[in-house]
Design a binder for this molecule. Structure first.
Ligand SMILES: Cc1cc2nc3c(=O)[nH]c(=O)nc-3n(C[C@H](O)[C@H](O)[C@H](O)COP(=O)(O)O)c2cc1C
Length: 304
């Protein structure tokens, strides 16, 4: 049985489309959901339109991807119809990812996207490519992460997931701080870094922004350690994200403590069929190892 639950929301399987990949329009979200994703997440939405960084914004290398898209999006009001379309037509739950550069704005954008009634709101406080009002991502400080969580909780009645950054000395205190302020779940991790790729012939960094967040297979061990630490320190459900490309990767996330697993860069390697393929591979491993449910397998790597 592949079904799982996030903050009271039921998912038919644990694969979740991560934010930033095929999540701009209602029809693309619906297409991914129909292709087998257990839930789909929108690209992060801000209060007002953002143009993002100039191209090139994405580059791949042998072990993953670097991106500095710069959170381009049409703004909350413009996006409502897209979220609404996905909520109406997707067979699996829809998660609206929100982003802001001030605490007040986080409250406003949460209130705005709630009108489209997504099943969950994911609070992106962890993008490494853009600065907030304090000059670094909110997810780098437990006190500030807690204030954002409190503000968003006050602004919506929809359950919220707070998306954390691996770019901190220790992720557990941040998870504990957002849990204390009422976060209903955690998504971890956002991209690592930022890092850099250099074009040797041009003798310049590949990305126009020079640096970008690193994702894909290279970051999986870092993600697993973060999920393991978060599971140990809070009781919250976790979407374990970072380098998941196969069912075996997903099972590692669940054994570390995740209730579901995000897939972003993996779509580049295996297309949108990745969601149904990973589900089949998880089921195969569960049958082989004798697990009857995701819940039964969750966190088993912690046992002595
Ligand atoms: C091209 C690209 C765009 C992304 N945009 C967002 C975004 O808008 N909001 C967000 O929270 N995360 C964003 N991410 C991060 C992913 O959601 C995910 O946390 C990260 O890439 C690690 O997972 P992966 O290795 O499966 O890609 C983006 C990642 C990529 C590769």
């Amino acid at each position: 049985m592949l079904s799982t639950e996030l903050a009271g929301i039921k998912l038919p399987n644990p694969t979740v489309l991560a934010s930033g990949i095929l999540g701009v329009t209602g029809s693309s979200l619906t297409r991914v959901s129909k292709a087998g994703a257990g839930a789909v997440t929108t690209k992060s939405i801000s209060l007002k339109e953002r143009k993002g960084h100039p191209t090139p914004v994405i580059a791949t290398y042998a072990h993953g991807m670097a991106n500095a898209v710069g959170l381009s999006n049409a703004g909350a009001e413009e996006t409502l119809l897209e979220i609404g379309y996905a909520v109406k037509n997707s067979p699996s739950p829809v998660i609206a990812s929100i982003f802001a550069s001030t605490i007040t704005e986080f409250g406003k954008v949460a209130e705005a996207v709630s009108k489209a009634k997504p099943h969950l709101i994911e609070v992106n406080i962890s993008c490494p490519n853009v600065d907030d009002e304090f000059g670094r991502p909110f997810a780098c400080d437990p006190g500030i992460a807690a204030v954002v969580t409190k503000k968003v909780k006050k602004s919506t009645s929809i359950p919220i997931l707070v998306k954390l950054s691996p770019n901190v000395p220790s992720i557990a205190p941040i998870a504990e701080a957002v849990a204390k302020e009422g976060a209903d779940g955690i998504t971890a991790i956002n991209t690592v870094g930022p890092g850099m790729l250099i074009n040797v012939e041009a003798a310049r960094p590949v990305l126009s922004n020079r640096v970008g967040g690193i994702s894909g297979p290279a970051i999986k061990p870092l993600a697993l350690k973060c999920i393991y630490d978060i599971y140990k320190s809070t009781k919250l459900p976790i979407i374990g994200t970072g380098g998941v490309t196969t069912g075996r990767d997903a099972v590692e996330m669940i054994m570390a403590g995740a209730s579901a697993t995000g897939i972003g860069t993996g779509v580049y390697y295996r297309g949108i069929e990745i969601f149904s393929k990973v589900s089949e591979e998880i089921q195969g491993l569960m049958d082989k190892e004798g697990y009857n449910s995701i819940e039964e397998m969750r966190g088993v790597a912690h046992e002595e």
